[in-house]
Design a binder for this molecule. Structure first.
Ligand code: ATP
Length: 611
């Protein structure tokens, strides 16, 4: 695993300050997306922020009026407090309005954030589905996906920050106007006090982002260790093999390094931040002294002093906040870039043709000298595979672990493309067909089928989700795969929640899960059925029954069965024996036994084992 060292991080920092600013170009697109999510809420939020931006200067001004009025009334022989109480009532009203506005802002932000969150999660799920399986197995791509997926809350915060920034900008403009009107020199002092802390913020937030980004893989590993260290699925092995210390040590070693790097950065950031803040306070008091001096010399009133010192103080805080948010925004905008990069991945098929599929398979599939190595791997897994799968034929794949059986299926399903050679369907390269229609052709159950923690009914309907409400079809599929026996023992029958993750969930045994998953294959009448070790966890009786039904039901249908059990394999029309990515033998059970090759040897070995 490649990990950046602290030294290379420094170099990275210089170039990435630029990239951080460049990432800001994604902000308009980001807001276009938010606008699309809920226009009304967006406008309401913008309106509240506009009012919120104008309120501080108005409140300060009313404060000035109150003080000047008090001083005026004290100096009068016959005071008239009407204006004074009006001002006080105004200030009270403004304070209430200010509270109302800030609550409205957080409410609209929260709601808008939630809606945007839902919309992006849906986009990510849909996009992931469009992406080729080969990309999903690529670790660099996986990191990108992880950043896009995990930064959802960051993007919601970004929205609030940018909107808040617009609000601050208007607020700052009005406060600056007030300062310029009375004491323009104060502005210079203000700018001088802010610049150092701005630079500090930019530098460190950039470094922290670089650090987090360069550690994406490690954080993924940490998540994984956390998962295997604390969940019900691994608990048995972890306890039995005494793996806790092993997992904890590995976790600690990996996280310690990141912790140290992050700690150093955070300490430096805080220390320098403190120093620059002292500078800010110094300038504030400098300005304060200057204003007091102006009051003493009679140049400005006491009310104006309150207004000016209040404005100056507020401006300084607003500006500091503005700049620190600015760095946070450019930092989050980098995550935004990850997100847009992900959803912009163009799905280009090497082959542009979109041929319709034959309604019925006429001759069958043909593999012609197919060679294949997984992306980013030098190892050739399939080394010149040639065979045909005739229409209506049941072909079994046998071979030792890692021989390439599942890989052959992945190529047939177009999850990957052969490195060389071709796969034909009725004489046409399968690449030329519309991929979605082509994949619809198959009913497949993989050996590593997923155990969805949904209800039994949903788990079966996954084979053809359009039929989720077709109870008869689901029951029929369950009967064919023997899943009905499993269902009859469940408290809530087909509506039983499976797995342990959710309340009332019921965990199944390996074989029971397999029966449920197998039922998926019967949910649609696919042209080609593929069962990749579907019965490995079933007991001998169940396996023979399940397989008998499969043979009966798929009579005349093209199908492929992968199995290590020869009692199953021998029932296929022909058997293809793979060894180290090559076709070693192909023929009927009888032919292969007569040939006295690998098949015959393995068959005899297993038959002896059963005696
Ligand atoms: N996504 C992948 N990336 C890289 N190599 C892979 C990938 N999937 C499988 N392999 C490698 O390809 C080889 C063939 O794997 P495959 O799953 O096709 O074997 P198999 O014959 O189905 O084995 P088994 O009987 O154990 O299921 C193995 O050496 C495996 O390590």
């Amino acid at each position: 695993m490649r990990r950046r060292t602290p030294t290379s991080l420094k170099d990275d920092n210089k170039t990435s300050i630029k990239s951080s600013f460049n990432a800001l170009v994604y902000i308009p697109r980001f807001f276009k997306e938010i606008w699309k999510v809920n226009k009304g809420l967006f406008l309401l939020s913008a309106f509240c922020r506009l009012i919120g931006a104008l309120l501080p200067v108005v409140i300060l001004w009313v404060g000035k009026l109150i003080i000047d009025e008090i001083i005026l009334q004290i100096s009068l022989d016959v005071p008239d407090y009407n204006s004074l109480w009006t001002y006080v009532a105004m200030e009270f009203g403004l304070i209430i309005l200010s509270d109302l506005i800030s609550r409205a802002i957080s409410l609209t932000d929260g709601l808008l954030g939630d809606e945007y969150n839902i919309a992006t999660s849906v986009t990510i799920i849909k996009k992931t589905n469009q992406i080729n399986i080969s990309l999903l197995e690529d670790s660099e791509f996986y990191d990108k996906l992880e950043r896009a997926r995990t930064q959802t809350t960051g993007r919601v915060a970004l929205m609030s920050n940018v909107l808040g920034q617009a609000q601050s900008a208007i607020s700052i403009a009005t406060l600056v106007a007030g300062l310029i009107y009375f004491e323009p020199y104060l502005i210079i002092l203000l700018v001088l006090s802010i610049i150092p802390s701005f630079i500090n913020e930019v530098r460190f937030s950039q470094r922290q982002y670089s650090l987090a980004r360069s550690w994406t893989s490690e954080r993924r590993e940490l998540d994984y260790l956390r998962f295997i260290g604390a969940n019900d699925k691994t608990a048995k092995e972890i306890k039995l093999f005494g793996l806790t210390d092993f997992v904890v040590d590995r976790f600690k070693n990996l996280s310690e390094e990141y912790y140290q790097l992050n700690k150093t950065l955070s300490i430096k950031r805080s220390a320098l931040g403190f120093l620059f803040n002292v500078l800010g306070s110094l300038s504030y008091y400098g300005a304060y002294v200057f204003i007091i001096y102006r009051v003493l010399s009679g140049a400005i009133t006491l009310g104006e002093l309150t207004f000016l010192s209040g404005s100056f103080n507020r401006l300084m805080r607003n500006l500091q906040d503005f700049f620190s948010k600015f760095t946070r925004i450019s930092e989050s905008a980098l995550y935004l870039k990850d997100y847009f990069d992900f959803i912009d991945i163009s799905i280009v098929s090497k082959v542009k043709e979109d041929m319709p599929l034959p309604k019925q398979i006429k001759t069958g599939f043909e593999f012609k000298d197919v060679r294949f190595a997984y992306p980013n791997s030098e190892v050739e897994i399939l080394k010149g595979i040639t065979f045909n799968l005739k229409a209506g034929e049941k072909l079994a794949f046998v071979g030792q672990n890692g021989a390439g059986k599942t890989t052959l299926i992945k190529l047939l399903l177009r999850f990957y493309e052969p490195t060389s050679g071709e796969i034909l369907l009725d004489g046409t390269n399968i690449n030329r067909f519309n991929i979605a229609e082509y994949q619809e052709y198959f009913g497949v159950i993989f050996q590593d089928f997923f155990r969805y923690e949904f209800t039994v009914k949903e788990n079966i309907a996954i084979g053809n989700i359009d039929e989720l409400n077709n109870q008869d079809k689901i029951i029929n599929a369950a009967e064919l795969s023997l899943a009905n026996e499993v269902v009859s023992e469940l408290k809530h029958g087909y509506n039983q929640q499976l797995g342990k993750r959710f309340s009332n969930g019921q965990e199944l045994s390996g074989g029971q899960w397999q029966k449920v998953a197998l039922a998926r294959a019967y949910m649609k009448s696919a042209e080609v059925m593929i069962l990749d070790e579907p019965t490995s966890a079933l007991d001998a009786r169940a396996e023979s029954e399940v397989f008998g039904r499969f043979i009966g039901l798929t009579e005349g249908k093209t199908s492929i069965i992968i199995s290590h059990r020869f009692s199953t394999v021998r029932q296929a029309n022909r058997i293809l024996v793979l060894e180290h990515g090559k076709v070693l033998e192909i023929g009927t059970h009888e032919e292969l036994v007569a040939k006295q090759g690998l098949y015959s040897e393995l068959f005899t070995l297993q038959a002896e084992g059963y005696q």
